[in-house]
Design a protein around this ligand. Structure first.
Ligand code: GAR
Length: 196
């Protein structure tokens, strides 16, 4: 498969998947990174590994209609013959036309057990803060297909971890990230096996 990573931040999940590609645990190739943020860590990872990178954000294309803006993504995805889109901390909604074209070919990782602690504004450290505030005893990761609603696509995989008495959002984030790096590429491999 040709994979396109969408990322907005540090890119540690992107890096973990890239590591699995490099060590041949995955047969796929990461052909493209799309980011709304040209300054983020994920972009550096792409640059350091000679992975093509596209900076696409609404501000840059403010004169375009929504349909035309979707077209910018679709053109880049087509150019690289992308089979699967893997969201790694991508903080924007996926454009409608892209969702249509890549139905069941876009996956996301969420740092909690959906359907709890999902929805608008629930990303990154905010999620772990909410988990701690709720006083729940388990958290974890959810890997799911992406549809038109935040965090509501069909769940593919979940793994839980303990929330400890003395956790704060940062210690919990660390534990959850370990699960993310451990399992995201395995889910990609299971999709490879499905013959995408
Ligand atoms: C990850 O924890 C990922 O689960 C989360 O953003 C972080 C990105 O980290 N995604 C969401 O919250 C999506 N709702 P990374 O840039 O180091 O991969």
């Amino acid at each position: 498969m040709n994979i396109c990573i969408f990322a907005s931040g540090t890119g540690s999940n992107f890096n973990a998947i890239l590591k699995a590609v490099k060590s041949k645990k995955l047969n796929s190739k990461i052909s493209l990174l799309i980011s709304n943020n040209p300054e983020c860590g994920a972009v550096n990872i792409a640059k350091n590994n000679n992975i093509d990178f596209e900076n696409i954000n609404r501000k840059k294309y403010s004169e375009l209609t929504d349909k035309q803006y979707s077209g910018v993504f679709l053109k880049a995805l087509k150019k690289h013959d992308i089979d699967l889109i893997v969201l790694c901390g991508y903080m924007k909604m996926i454009e409608k036309e892209v969702l249509k074209k890549y139905k069941n070919r876009i996956i996301n990782i969420h740092p909690a057990l959906l359907p709890s602690f999902g929805g608008k504004g629930m990303y990154g450290i905010n999620v772990h803060k909410a988990v701690i505030a709720a006083g729940v005893k388990v958290s974890g990761i959810t890997i799911h297909y992406v549809n038109e609603n935040y965090d509501e696509g069909k769940i593919i995989f979940q793994k839980c971890c303990e929330v400890k008495e003395d956790d704060d959002e940062y210690s919990l984030q660390k534990r959850v990230l370990k699960l993310e790096h451990r399992y995201y590429w395995e889910v990609v491999r299971s999709l490879e096996n499905l013959g995408f």
